[in-house]
Each structure stands twice: as structure tokens, then as C-alpha cells.
Write a protein that binds this ligand. Structure first.
Ligand SMILES: *Cc1c(COP(=O)(O)O)cnc(C)c1O
Length: 358
């Protein structure tokens, strides 16, 4: 007899990681996972090396030192901070804490690929709301999608994969319309790269709306994607429930130490973020000059709306030694990577543009 499983899982696939870079006799680049192209800082490597001798022990389950440091920075109590093996795990815990069968979760689409999966994993029903024609969140439509069955709304700001942001005013309006008992997750994985002055500050929203959850990660701006550590600020009442559904010991000691060392080296890391933002602007300017009409990106990536020629675009990128993140029929997301990758990206984009204009 075939093994029994939840038929609901037929609606989703397992998480699709960004493809690896092509194998060539010239330099190739992985621009498919929005990773930080800079190598780990020496001080972060040292912190990890200093703690290798303790890996026969379980980590501190409550990550007390890291949680304190994060709480202090956010100006909240430690009861309001939840850490996990990447912010994806924390978002997943929040979803599982607030929603189950018969409950609905609203999110924009296209957005972060993990959302539908973690909603279905919780047993809840995904309620995707299409992006606007300008590739941004349609907050008015999302507010209308909230029903008595809605337990949570996921807002990805800046949005992965399109790089768009909502304005603080639009988000405030939205939060005023959402009932107080519906959790609104602000996924700010890319907030360090956001230079739009009209963007909301998630923590500020949280102070005014206790149903807001603000998620940050060490994976992108801080370059710790391989160690898996992320965090969220939320009401102490919700945090207590979210901790119940977290996998125990999800954040390893090495990850905790690397995160603490990264907080200590924030100024150095911020300089790298500034360089990546400058590089993003350089890429955006070059693409605009080629005739691309792109949504302004506030992430460490750009979105090429290649539509029907997405497969061809992916093949062209591959020929130029680049792995991007294609979404069939929609577009390709390309991370802002190593300095050396920029010329290849611009050359590939020119060729794709020509194909679109033909
Ligand atoms: C990368 C990313 C995250 C963070 O993932 P981690 O689990 O912290 O590595 C969260 N949300 C979005 C939208 C992302 O792109």
C-alpha cells in the first residue's frame, strides 16, 4: 500500500534553490540566491574558529546572548525577540502559531517562493494577491482579500524577486484596515539595501501596531547565509506561541557566535552594503540605457521582466557564465554579485534586450 500523506502537499513543490554557476573555462558567477558576494570578515571567521571545540554540545537553546543584543538594538524586551535557523524558519513558526486548517494567509504574488510552501505546511490556505502592473504589492487588493478566515498577511518589503517597496503611508493605511487580531508579517530580509526614503521602518510600525511581526536575517546584508540565522520582533504574547513550534536548537552555537561577531562589526558590514547598493545602481543605470524598463530595486538584486522569453534569457545568461533565478513566463532575478560579474551581466542583458526588441 502506498504510504499515506497529506494530499494538500500535492499543491506545492519542495523549495527550489538558486541554480549553481555554469562550469566554464572562464569566470562564472552565481547570481541566483541573493547571497552576499563578499567573503566572511576575519573577525567573524575567528569567532567561529574559537567555538569549534564546543560542537559536541548542544547550543544554548534560547540563544540568550544573541537575543539580548538584538532586543537592545531594536529597543524591545528579550520576550519580543524570536531567533531561528534563518528568518524563513521564524516566519514559518509564526504562520504555524497563528494558522491551521480552514485558515487563510494572504500574501502578494509573485513574491518569496517559500511563502506558499510554509502556508501549506501549516495546513492553511494560501491567498495570493497579484502584484500591480508596476511589480509592487497591491495593498488595497490585499486589504480586500482579508476575510474572517484570515489569520496572517505576509508583506515582503523590499519584495523578492521584483525589488519594489511599499511606502510608509500606504502601509499605515493598510495596517489601519487589517483587524488587530490578524498578524501582519513584514519580511524585511533586504532592508539594509533599501535607500527609498518613503519606505516604512518595520520596527516603527510594530511600535504602533502590536499585530505586526518584523523579520530580519543575517543571510543577506551580513553574509551568513550558510550558517542559518534570522530573527523577528513580535509581541511577547505571540513570541511565546511561536517558540513552541520552533525546531529545538535550530540556531547552532557557531551561528550564534557568528551573528554576535557580525553585530560587533556592523560598521564594516555596512560599508559592504553601501558598495553593493552602488553596484546595483550601476547595473540599473546600464540596463536603463539598454532600454529596459525595470522596477527600481531596493534589494541586492534586479528583476528582468523577460516574460515569454524567460527560457531564452536564462540560456543567454548561462552562455555569459551567469546563473540567475528564472520564473517561467515572468522574468529573471539577478543578484548584485562580485564586481567582476557586472560586465558579464550587462553584456548578457544587452543580448536579451535585443531578443525582446526583435
Ligand atoms: C532570503 C530571504 C529570507 C531570509 O532567508 P533566511 O532563512 O534568513 O536565509 C527571508 N525572506 C525573503 C523574502 C528572502 O528573500
Amino acid at each position: 500500500m502506498p504510504v499515506h500523506y497529506r494530499r494538500q502537499l500535492d499543491a506545492i513543490a519542495s523549495y527550489r534553490p538558486g541554480p549553481p554557476p555554469p562550469q566554464r573555462d572562464y569566470p562564472t558567477y552565481k547570481l541566483s540566491s541573493n547571497e552576499n558576494p563578499f567573503p566572511p570578515l576575519p573577525s567573524v571567521r575567528q569567532a567561529i574558529a574559537d567555538h569549534l571545540g564546543g560542537i559536541n554540545r548542544y547550543p544554548q537553546a534560547d540563544a540568550a546572548e544573541l537575543v539580548s543584543a538584538l532586543a537592545e538594538r531594536a529597543g524591545v524586551t528579550t520576550d519580543e525577540v524570536v531567533v531561528g535557523a534563518g528568518s524563513v524558519e521564524v516566519i514559518s513558526a509564526v504562520v504555524r502559531a497563528v494558522a491551521g486548517a480552514q485558515d487563510e494567509i494572504v500574501f502578494a504574488w509573485r513574491s518569496f517562493e517559500a511563502y506558499p510552501q510554509l502556508v501549506v505546511a501549516a495546513g492553511a490556505t494560501p491567498k495570493p494577491v497579484p502584484l500591480t502592473a508596476a511589480w509592487g504589492h497591491d495593498l488595497a487588493a490585499m486589504a480586500r482579500a482579508v476575510t474572517a478566515a484570515t489569520r496572517c498577511v505576509l508583506v515582503c518589503n523590499p519584495n523578492n524577486p521584483t525589488g519594489t517597496v511599499v511606502t510608509a503611508a500606504a502601509l499605515d493605511d493598510f495596517l489601519d484596515q487589517v483587524p488587530d487580531d490578524v498578524t501582519v508579517v513584514l519580511d524585511e530580509a533586504y532592508r539594509h539595501f533599501d535607500r527609498d526614503r518613503d519606505s516604512p521602518d518595520g520596527l516603527d510600525c510594530y511600535r504602533r501596531h502590536p499585530n505586526v511581526v518584523v523579520c530580519h536575517t543575517f543571510s543577506k546584508a551580513y553574509g551568513l547565509a550558510g550558517l542559518r540565522v534570522g530573527q523577528a520582533v513580535m509581541s511577547a504574547a505571540l513570541a511565546e506561541q511561536a517558540r513552541k513550534v520552533l525546531i529545538p536548537f535550530g540556531v547552532t552555537d557557531l551561528a550564534q557566535q557568528a551573528a554576535l561577531a557580525s553585530l560587533a562589526a556592523e560598521a564594516e558590514l555596512d560599508q559592504r552594503v553601501d558598495q553593493l547598493v552602488a553596484r546595483r545602481r550601476q547595473v540599473e543605470a546600464a540596463l536603463a540605457a539598454q532600454g529596459w524598463e525595470l522596477p527600481a530595486s531596493q534589494g541586492n538584486f534586479v528583476w528582468l521582466p523577460t516574460g515569454a522569453v524567460t527560457a531564452t534569457a536564462t540560456a543567454i545568461l548561462d552562455r555569459h557564465g551567469l546563473a540567475g533565478r528564472p520564473f517561467a513566463g515572468e522574468g529573471v532575478r539577478l543578484s548584485v554579485g562580485e564586481t567582476e560579474s557586472v560586465d558579464q551581466l550587462i553584456a548578457a542583458a544587452a543580448e536579451i534586450r535585443q531578443r525582446l526588441d526583435d
